[in-house]
Design a protein around this ligand. Structure first.
Ligand code: SF4
Ligand code: SF4
Ligand code: SF4
Ligand code: FES
Length: 984
């Protein structure tokens, strides 16, 4: 600690603590505009000038040092602050009363007030640029832009999309997209970082414009008139009274604008944010305090909420009658569900029924769904969609380290010396985690190795890119591990102290010689050795993987090989190390954690463990089934086999997202009774006998668990639409119709029950999760949690990890003479999965209107294909018609098709082959024949998709270029000021 004097009072500070933070921590204040704690010093505004030992310095850019005497209020400091802010104001017209940003958090407004500015010395002059409205979600008004550069810093160094810059050398600097494109045609991915950090109204969400203020709905000319009035009175009244009027208007807004914390409904990163609403209108999503994301979001979390007020929402139960659906009352629908489920149970037994929980729903809802299956029906036939994606990763980690989740936190990934990404399109599927890797890679020297058969954004950024033959990751991982062991590069002390099974494992690696691995993977021996050396040399390694690994017939074994490599090199138990299977859905982790698994109750407690069963039987006061139930793959087979007669599916588009969709649909047609609960009439609803309208995440309370095992609360942003019910209430209604006698009044009571039955969640309760507070499981009774696993021991009885031998078998559904092309598939940035939610956001639909198949330039040339050519893809299981997109993201005879379609769903082409351990479909092992059709349409991706932009990477806002301007002088140096010139 250092001692430092601030305005005459001695304070203690950390030597790296920025003066601006220290002053605030000590209860003082210094004006500032460009500084944002999550961006660090930007140094463009000069408003934070303080006097230190007689000199003026920027408080945002200088850390505390022993003996400093800081004055925030000396005449010299205050003059410099005012002078600097005057320059800021010359770029901005203060019309707060009629501004949609007049919500109490406008930095320009607040700084004007703080500095008691009455009049502007440098008059405002308009800039010679039009407002840019070309992005569907936000607009840029150059006239209001104060050139603080926060947006540039956020885009360049936090999001690292590298779209924004400021042309400091221009007579009229402004923010540029791709160096001068329109926003709409730029590389902007609409993540919203720039809009979130803009301190004024220069960048604003379009959903705010004309909606936030009482007077901002006025048409443009009336608004212009009002602005003129405000400007007109300023010379006489000064800003003080204008600000008072606007503050009165702001106070009125407080009564109608609600700000409610929620957790994102899309991917497993777990971004949380406030949602601003006015009645049912969503004004904006405001991220700031989320423990996983801070100011970060992607386009879906920031702007993808069109589904909430969509006219397509289901608002009444539906009952199938005579081949058609008719609306029904809740009473009738629930009565029918209870009666039919009871009849089928009585006739064919409890195991003739099956239940699928939703990984979009809350932990409490997942818990109730499996309780309904087990305690009310009496079957363990319950599963969730982690079977489609993450079960193999969980299995690989159960085998080797004991817990099935991410071994650390996103902050560990950020810290790692080396990140390896295997089979994960992280920038599109887990965008905010990708920002952390991109940022560490760009700014902090983190190394990045990517293994993928497709050149996604992370692949393009990698220091070392591996393009192995499909389904051969297990081979290169094992060969690299053997190379490390053979060459004395393993972490022997770690192995000795913490790991069992080394000798047996070493023997199992014999087939994985460099020569064999190179032959089978297509990677060179030199490349493989380089990987081995990079892993061995790195001080800390994190491996991230996703469905490119897990959705293969050896997904569990490849996940095991990843964990083996980490163990051999001692990359567990320390910050910045570990295994990170990136969870797909917002609550796919929680759905499994909370017992929607055929063999496990909550917290991975086995159904065939008598002690566990006894505890639940005592808590639930019922007798429970003791044998493992069917997983969702086995359910489909059991329907075809005549054993499964009824199903109840919540929030899962199973008829499209399960592999071999035609086969799944045929199974659903055979069911005697089928209940589907969803917020839209999904494709799966077509097969239902009863459809129940649930509620989306914004319309209910509960908790989600993200990929880093973080349990977070979501609050009710809006009341459920008339006719809909939160899913936990519907499950309770069904249970009670069957005589269960449940009385939950609020999800917190459900969580209390979970905690009482589950050692892993013993200390979870809603008080510990209030607001933005969160915990990462396991959570002990006293509330302590584990952001980083295995700091003291591995999760096995002896505390030691286990090396688990695996061998390579080879993939299914291989290309041959007839089906000659390999078909890969996965997500897109803009759409979540099949797009049931995201297609309801108009801007997303504009940017990414349709599905496509990516074809390599060489294959396109060989087959006479251009972007827009219609092709028929025919596999051993089905066919789809789709337009081609020619791109070098794929190579040779490898195709890629995103999942964002119901009509041309890629799963009409995929097989029923599964991972050998978990029954996860081998979605990524597919081969097709491509028939080129005569028809050529427009490119399936419009020019306004971010892919077609041209980013302009730079170090950040590059304020040094501003300082080099002839008309720039630091404030307070007595030189006077020259206003930045405007073009005539
Ligand atoms: S990518 Fe677009 S929305 Fe995201 S920070 Fe950059 S300019 Fe803003
Ligand atoms: S648009 Fe960018 S540079 Fe302009 S005021 Fe907003 S954050 Fe600052
Ligand atoms: S989709 Fe994922 S990355 Fe995007 S905002 Fe939501 S949680 Fe964050
Ligand atoms: S806040 Fe320090 S220069 Fe802007």
């Amino acid at each position: 600690m250092v001692k430092i004097e601030i305005d005459g009072i001695v304070q203690e500070a950390r030597p790296d603590e920025l003066l601006i933070d220290l002053i605030k921590r000590c209860g003082g204040s210094v004006p500032h505009v460009c500084y944002h704690p999550q961006l660090g010093p930007v140094q463009t505004c000069d408003t934070c000038m303080v006097e230190v030992n007689g000199s003026l310095i920027r408080a945002c850019a200088n850390p505390a040092a022993e003996g400093m005497k800081v004055s925030t209020k000396s005449a010299k400091a205050e003059a410099a602050q005012v002078e600097a802010f005057d320059r800021i104001l010359s770029n901005h017209m203060l019309y707060c009363t009629v501004c949609d940003n007049n919500n109490g958090n406008c930095t320009v407004h607040n700084t004007t007030k703080l500095l008691a500015i009455e009049h502007q010395k440098i008059p405002f002059q308009t800039k010679p640029y039009e407002v840019d409205n070309t992005n569907p979600f936000y607009r840029y008004d150059p006239d209001q832009c104060i050139l603080c550069g926060r947006c540039v810093e956020a885009c360049q160094n936090v999001e690292v999309n590298e779209t924004l810059s400021i042309n400091w050398e221009d007579p009229n600097p402004r923010v540029l997209w791709d160096g001068g494109s329109t926003i709409g045609e730029s590389s902007c991915v609409s993540c919203g970082h720039c809009v979130t950090v803009c301190p004024c109204n220069a960048l604003m969400e379009k959903t705010m414009l004309g909606h936030a203020g009482f007077l901002t709905t006025l048409n443009k000319s009336a608004l212009g008139g009002m602005i003129e009035v405000v400007k007109g009175v300023e010379p006489e009244t000064g800003f003080g009274s204008i600000l008072q009027v606007s503050e009165a208007e702001h106070a009125m807004r407080e009564h109608r604008i609600r700000r409610t914390k929620t957790v994102c409904t899309y991917c497993g990163v777990g971004c949380s944010f406030d949602v601003w609403t006015k009645d049912r209108h969503i004004l904006k999503v405001a991220p700031e305090h989320g423990p996983a994301n801070g100011i970060s979001t992607c386009v879906k979390g920031k702007f993808g909420w069109g589904h909430i007020n969509s006219e397509d929402r289901l608002t009444t139960p539906l009952i199938r009658e005579g081949g058609k659906f008719r609306p029904a009352s809740w009473e009738e629908a629930l009565g029918l569900v209870a009666r039919r489920l009871s009849e089928i149970k009585a006739k064919d037994g409890a195991d003739s029924l099956a239940f699928i929980s939703s990984s979009k729903c809350t932990n409490e809802e997942s818990y109730l769904m499996q309780k309904l299956a087990r305690a009310v029906i009496g079957t363990n036939n319950v599963d969730n969609c982690s079977r489609y994606c993450q079960a193999p990763a969980t299995a690989g980690l159960f085998r080797t380290v004991g817990y099935g989740g991410d071994s650390g936190s996103i902050s560990d990934i950020e810290k790692a010396d080396l990140v390896i990404i295997v089979g994960s399109n992280t920038a599109e599927s887990h965008p905010v985690i990708a920002t952390r890797v991109k940022s560490s890679h760009k700014l902090r020297g983190q190394k990045l190795i990517v293994s993928d058969i497709r050149e996604n954004e992370m692949a393009r950024r990698a220091d070392l890119l591996l393009h192995p033959k499909p389904a051969t990751d297990l081979i290169w991982l094992s060969a690299v591990t053997r190379y490390i062991l053979d060459n004395g590069l393993a972490h022997t002390t770690f192995l000795k102290q913490w790991v069992n099974g080394l000798e047996e494992y070493r023997k199992s690696l014999e087939p994985f010689s460099m020569e064999a691995a190179a032959r089978l993977t297509g990677l060179s021996e030199r490349t493989l050795k380089t990987v081995g050396e990079m892993v061995a040399e790195a001080k800390s390694v994190c491996i991230l993987w996703a469905m490119g690994v897990t959705q293969q017939s050896q997904g569990s074994d490849t996940s095991t090989a990843i964990s083996n490599l980490l163990l051999i090199t001692g990359n567990y138990m320390r910050p910045g190390t570990g295994s990170y299977p990136l969870r797909g859905h917002n609550n796919v982790q929680g759905a499994s954690d909370h017992g929607s698994m055929p063999n496990m109750l909550t917290g991975y407690q086995l159904v065939d463990d008598p002690e566990v069963r006894q505890r639940f039987e005592a808590g639930w006061k019922v007798k429970l089934p003791s044998t493992k139930g069917l997983d969702n793959h086995q359910m489909v087979e059991a329907i075809h086999g005549g054993k499964l007669k009824a199903m109840y599916v919540i929030g899962e588009e199973m008829s499209i997202v399960d592999s071999n969709a035609n086969y799944v649909g045929a199974a659903f047609e055979k069911l005697d009774f089928f209940v589907v609960q969803d917020i839209f009439f999904s494709h799966t609803c077509q097969y239902a006998d009863v459809v129940l309208p649930g509620a989306p995440s914004l319309e209910k309370e509960g908790t989600f668990t993200s990929t880093e095992r973080r349990i977070q609360r979501l609050y009710e942003v809006l009341e459920p639409l008339d006719g809909c019910r939160p899913d936990w209430k519907i499950i309770q209604d069904v249970a009670n119709q069957m005589g269960a006698g449940w009385h939950y009044q609020h999800p917190s009571e459900i969580m209390d029950e979970i905690a009482s039955l589950t050692p892993m969640f013993a200390g979870v309760n809603y008080e510990r999760l209030a607001g933005y507070k969160s915990v990462q499981w396991p959570v002990h009774a006293d509330g302590t949690d584990e952001p980083l696993h295995y700091t003291k021991r591995f999760a096995f009885p002896d505390g030691k990890a286990r090396l688990f031998p695996v061998s390579w078998i080879g993939p299914t559904d291989q290309p041959n003479a007839e089906f000659d092309l390999h078909l890969n598939n996965g997500r897109l940035l803009e759409h979540f999965h099949e797009g049931n939610l995201t297609y309801r956001t108009e801007g997303i639909r504009q940017k990414t209107p349709d599905v496509f198949v990516e074809v390599s330039p060489e294959l396109a040339e060989e087959r006479g294909i251009q972007s827009g050519t219609w092709v028929q893809l025919i596999s051993r299981y089905g066919q789809v018609r789709v337009r081609a997109l020619v791109t070098d993201r794929v190579q040779g005879k490898e195709l890629y098709m995103p999942m964002n379609s119901i009509e041309s769903a890629v799963n009409r082409l995929t097989s029923s082959h599964t991972d050998l351990v978990t029954n996860t479909p081998a979605y990524k092992e597919a081969s097709v024949h491509m028939k080129v059709l005569a028809e050529v349409g427009a490119s399936p991706l419009p020019r306004i998709n971010s892919r077609f932009g041209h980013p302009t990477p730079q170090k950040g806002v590059e304020v040094e270029r501003k300082w080099k301007r002839a008309d720039y002088a630091p404030p307070g140096n007595g030189n006077g000021l020259v206003q930045l010139q405007t073009k005539k």
